[in-house]
Design a protein around this ligand. Sequence first.
Ligand code: FAD
Length: 358
Amino acid sequence: MTVAVVGAGLAGLSAAWALEGAGAGAAADVVVLDAGRRPGGMIVTERRDGFVVEGGPDGFLAAEPDIQELAREVGIEERLVDQVARGAALWTGRRLEPLAEGKAAELLGIQVNANAGTQFRTFTTGMADVVEALVACLVPRLRTTQGVTAIAPAARGWRLSFTGASSLDAEAVILAVPAWVAARLLAGVGVSAARELDTVLYAPSITVSLAYRADQVPGTLEGTGFVAAPDAGGAVRACTYTWRKYPNRAPDGLALLRAFVGPVDGDPASIAHAQLAAILGIEGDPLWTRVFHWPRGLPRYPRGHAERVAAVRERLARLAPLAIAGAGFDGAGVSACVKSGREAAREILGRLGSHVRG
Ligand SMILES: Cc1cc2nc3c(=O)[nH]c(=O)nc-3n(C[C@H](O)[C@H](O)[C@H](O)COP(=O)(O)OP(=O)(O)OC[C@H]3O[C@@H](n4cnc5c(N)ncnc54)[C@H](O)[C@@H]3O)c2cc1C
């Protein structure tokens, strides 16, 4: 028996790990397939010369349990670290002003649970710590550069087709892919309601990490960073003082900033540096910069999203075991993605019933 998890972002890896943990690995082959060259999806951490550079997410709310439970399960609990600096500022276009707790996420359009607090946590050497721990557990089961182009009903479950005309039969499938990919794959098996999942909007974004000597950056900078007011002007929407927010992000005597930049004409790194130099009073050029482009970054859900996802799940329950998981459906935060992946695994295990558990 084969259970295929399509997508090796955090949701897919969490689903595969939950299947393994429930004993499915003994009774079934769990196979994780990803179109990309590396697992982790939006989680990208680069470590260079003592710096920890995040391309995608850099942390999660300390009150969110799922990712931390996962960290315990895969043996990296001691790698959880708390944010050091507190508080953020608002860039008005003319000056930096203190910002009320919790306002930063609201200004950035990130949906957060009002009861979840504002304390963030991450991992000692970046968000990829959790991906690497999962991959170490799942390595024989993981196949990269395996983009699934179609799913079709098969005699016992599903047939997955790949780029290059090969295929794989699986009794059960978890689609842990972005909403627009799931929309296309599910529409192909006649789940017409799934086309509506394409309405999830993935906002484009660019993150620019910039390294400086600490003496180039004014010592008066306070808090974790700033968010630009909607009418502030300029391309920089927000900036994290990474080396102040989390421990060990830069070697002693050096500083690391990360800017969130909207679509720009020209080099995002030069634009980010010029604006940050003007806003923060940085002197001289950066030591280096690193740009990550996210043409489809954080998902934003249109009105009625939860009902549309529920309708798709209701329809899927009447087919051979097939589940959806990930940021496109159940919340964009990394901890929500872990939860979503685990729930999909639980659902699939329930559908496969005693075949697997026995
Ligand atoms: C710049 C940025 C900053 C962020 N900051 C934070 C943060 O600080 N905190 C936080 O909690 N969240 C943050 N997020 C959101 C969070 O990172 C994502 O929502 C989450 O990582 C998504 O995980 P996922 O597994 O659902 O999807 P993804 O990570 O998108 O993984 C989906 C996987 O599916 C694969 N795939 C796609 N199509 C196919 C196919 N046809 N066949 C096979 N595989 C396929 C992709 O290659 C990818 O690996 C941020 C996101 C971005 C872009």
